[in-house]
Design a protein around this ligand. Structure first.
Ligand code: BGC
Length: 820
């Protein structure tokens, strides 16, 4: 059928399929019954086509690092199934996920959106996720291919990565997704790879992806990440996103006519687009693009379960789980206690159906609300707290908010990130909007107003210009580098008095290079100081337990910028130290999208890392703290003692964050534990680390053979839960190689199993390895090479907790081609 449609298509029609129609849909060819389909972000939910921050509500699942910490492919697959249902509820046929870039520096703003520092763990979870999504008839889009491990100068930076490192560390998740999960779409990255944009990288998109791995799906660009006509199509990029066409359309038709692009290349790309439509069933029933909000009890339960499954207990000095009955007074402290930080920032954001904060979760778990006192203590936000409350918004045709509004609406949050304006009569390049709201301060004194805008905006308090986001506007880091840095203004306000806040917005007039988004975010807060820390200390002093909710939020862990360091932002370290000094039962609950330094670790009783686990955050926190669920998480990323212990942070800016447009992955394959192990750099918490509430006994491993053969070897380990609570245990299998032509890591993860066991129960971890698991990528032959010799199998609970080392001879050498 596809070929007969293609035969009937004109060149123009074929070309029309190769760019989006708009931000989220493809171009239909009505004449031939080719429908339009919709794509949607993103990894932890299906947002739909409206606003990035205030669209139709969607179910908010855990972010990828929390899934990485779960080490649980089968639960991740279930989440994939649920996500497919969410995508359908938004009329979408393609989900723009999963993100499988590797945790390289720990400072990547999108670290939270990626699973792990290890390619094998990343690949296993990505395969499960894709199988879940695609099994329900929705296409998954694995991204960002490849070398997108940082957000610094992300539209232009060249990631300079040698081929061995690519093949061993950065490409395997993509390779496995193609080979094992049959992923239907791949998204090229923004960055260049060894000098060329990945969206026009023939070696990457055609030689490796299609010819070696046999990929037969589509490759789409990241949004505005393709920059040429002939080069992209000749390299193998099928779909330019978003639409309407920029470098394609008429330009591509002309290039084809001039012979710069072969007609066969256009046809092949158009064919792949039609195949995608067929695969998602778009020819069978015409896609209904309507968006609905579907909030299912089974999804809530799955998210709550995943929250605990990814929760990593880093320290527990015999305090957790807390006994609900023995606690009279609980102090709940910190900037992440009453605010539910459920996800990271950037394109992965969705408008969650609801959120449960830790404070709400604890209250619900305890029923005796009187014993809980909450004090925030300090703030950590990068941007001023966003305004929450009733906002009247009026939209005008043209600039300057003149005449009668064309459309008016009421919203409840001071953040606007428009993809579609509320009326088709409004021109995104020539409209204006006025937002009016009242602010009644609870306390008197100095208040800070803040605003950041992609476009031009001014904020007035009772008619006085307080924040000017117009005069001298310059690009900063917010909104993917399309907005100014937050501008601030301070005003002294009286408690209880109503102030009128007005914001006037219009799009930018500059025809600047790059993306021009339309967005504005504003807020107000009363700065906190020493007195607020003291109040937290006083509340904690006489409490039976002080629960400290600290970390970051989606303004820090976000697409568009990297983190400045690995410390807790704001005065949070001081807050921890001071609370811990007066309360010996201080439990720190962390929420970050990656590792942090913990100079305060020795002073607190317990540390629980929750990441950003989705809308059920508070319930999952309470489940783990009170022992209704076990902390099932194990670190998917090494937590170094200090930032400088990370192998990408060498002090040489060319290695990180990059210099003169290039970032050189000089550490090669020595990423994460491969670096810490091999170079003997002791981490704070090793890769795979995490405590539980029970104990296990491991039996001596059994091998199916004591020599490697092409069939592989199966290692089995019996594990018994010898405690009196249920719990789960992670069994990791690493390989360790004899000396080779190239320097190899001390050990490399090749298989794992996570067993969930009742008290007294025994389970078996069955772990298989094959010759490829012994191999490194040999540049000279362009193949994976396992030399003959004596290898070791390392059976471990985490990278630093080795239980057994077993010799394994490989009498033969193997040379395994990249295509098989
Ligand atoms: C991100 C992608 C995302 C796309 C569409 C880009 O900024 O890098 O991951 O899918 O936007 O929102």
């Amino acid at each position: 059928m596809i070929d007969s449609i293609l035969d009937k298509m004109t060149l123009e029609e074929q070309v029309s399929l190769l760019s989006g129609a708009d931000f989220w849909t493809t171009v239909p060819v009505e004449r031939l019954g080719v429908p339009k389909i919709k794509v949607t972000d993103g990894p932890n939910g299906a947002r739909g086509a409206g606003s990035l921050v205030a669209g139709v509500k969607a179910t908010c699942f855990p972010v990828a690092i929390a899934l990485g910490a779960s080490w649980n492919p089968s639960l991740v697959k279930q989440m994939g199934v649920a996500l497919a249902r969410q995508a359908k509820s938004k009329g979408a046929a393609v989900l723009l996920a999963p993100t499988v870039n590797i945790h390289r520096s720990g400072l990547n703003g999108r670290n939270f959106e990626c699973y792990s520092e290890d390619p094998m763990l990343t690949a296993e979870l990505a395969v499960a996720y894709i199988e879940g999504v695609q099994g329900e008839g929705i296409a998954a889009t694995i991204k960002h291919f490849a070398g997108n491990e940082s957000e610094i100068e992300r539209q232009t930076m060249s990631s300079d990565i040698d081929e061995r490192t690519l093949r061993e560390i950065y490409l395997p998740p993509f390779e496995q997704a193609v080979r094992r999960a049959g992923v239907m779409a791949v998204m090229s990255s923004y960055n260049r790879l060894n000098g060329s944009y990945t969206s026009e990288h023939h070696w990457l998109l055609t030689k490796v992806l299609r010819e070696e791995w046999g990929f037969d799906g589509i490759v789409m660009s990241d949004w505005f990440g393709s920059h040429s006509t002939a080069e992209t199509i000749n390299a193998g990029l099928d779909l330019e996103m978003p639409g309407p066409a920029r470098d394609r359309g008429e330009k591509l038709v002309a290039a084809a006519r001039e012979g710069k692009v072969e007609a066969a290349a256009v046809r092949a790309a158009a064919r792949r687009m039609l195949l995608l439509l067929e695969r998602v069933g778009a020819f069978k029933s015409r896609p209904d693009l309507t968006e609905r909000a579907i909030d299912l009890p089974e999804d809530r339960a799955l998210i709550r379960r995943l929250g605990a499954e990814g929760a990593v207990l880093l320290k527990n000095d015999s305090i957790l789980p807390l006994a609900k009955t023995s606690l009279d007074r609980i102090a709940v402290i910190g900037p992440n206690a009453a605010s539910a930080r459920v996800m990271g920032g950037g394109s992965a954001q969705i408008a969650a159906h609801y959120t449960v904060s830790p404070l709400e979760g604890i209250r619900a778990a305890l029923s005796n609300a009187n014993s809980i006192s909450h004090v925030v203590g300090c703030r950590h936000n990068r941007l001023i707290d966003v305004f929450k409350g009733k906002i009247a918004v009026e939209y005008f045709k043209g600039r300057g908010c003149k005449g009668d509004p064309l459309h008016a609406e009421i919203v409840d949050k001071g953040e606007f990130f428009w993809f579609e304006l509320p009326s088709g009569e409004l021109d995104p390049a020539d409209f204006s909007a006025r937002m009016t709201m009242q602010f009644v301060p609870e306390e008197g004194g100095e208040h800070v107003f803040g605003m950041t805008n992609a476009g031009l905006a001014r904020l007035f308090v009772d008619g006085e210009l307080t924040v000017d986001g117009r005069e001298g506007w310059t690009r900063g880091e917010n909104y993917f580098g399309t907005a100014n840095d937050e501008q601030r203004g301070t005003v002294t306000l009286e408690a209880g008095k109503a102030y009128e806040i007005t914001v006037e917005y219009e799009p930018s007039t500059a025809s600047e290079e790059g993306i021009n988004l339309i967005a504005v975010r504003f807020g107000v807060e009363k700065p906190l100081g020493e007195a607020d820390i003291e109040a937290a200390v006083e509340t904690s002093r006489n409490a039976d337990v002080a629960l400290l909710f600290v970390g970051r939020d989606g303004e820090w862990d976000t697409e568009g910028l990297d983190l400045p360091d690995m410390r807790l932002p704001g005065p949070q370290e001081e807050l921890i130290e001071k609370v811990a000094a007066v309360n010996a039962n201080t439990v720190v609950v962390l929420q970050t999208g990656g590792p942090i330094e913990m100079p305060w670790l020795g002073k607190v009783r317990a540390v629980l890392q929750m990441w950003y686990p989705g809308q059920e955050l508070g319930n999952a926190v309470a489940d783990v703290l009170f022992g209704d669920a076990e902390p099932g998480g194990r670190l998917p990323q090494t937590f170094p003692k200090a930032l400088t212990d990370n192998s990408a942070i060498t002090g040489d800016p060319a290695v990180y964050p990059g210099q003169d447009g290039h970032v050189r992955y000089a550490e090669g394959v020595f990423v994460g534990y491969r670096h810490h192990d091999t170079r003997a750099v002791e981490p704070l918490f090793p890769f795979g680390f995490g405590l539980g509430y029970t104990r296990f006994r491991w039996s001596e491993p059994l091998l199916s053979a004591n020599e490697m053969s092409s069939e592989g070897v199966i290692v089995s380990v019996d594990v018994t839960n010898i405690g009196d609570r249920p719990g789960s245990e992670l069994v990791q299998l690493y390989t360790s190689s004899p000396k080779a032509k190239v320097e190899r890591p001390d050990k490399e993860l090749r298989a794992f199993a996570k067993l969930s066991l009742q008290p007294g129960e025994t389970g078996t971890a069955t772990l298989k390895i094959t010759p490829r698991d012994l191999a490194y990528f040999d540049i000279e032959t362009g193949a994976f090479r396992a030399e003959a010799g004596n290898y070791q199998l390392v059976v471990a609970a985490n990278a630093a907790d080795i239980r057994f080392v077993i010799d394994l001879a490989s009498p033969s050498s193997y040379l395994l081609p990249t295509s098989y």
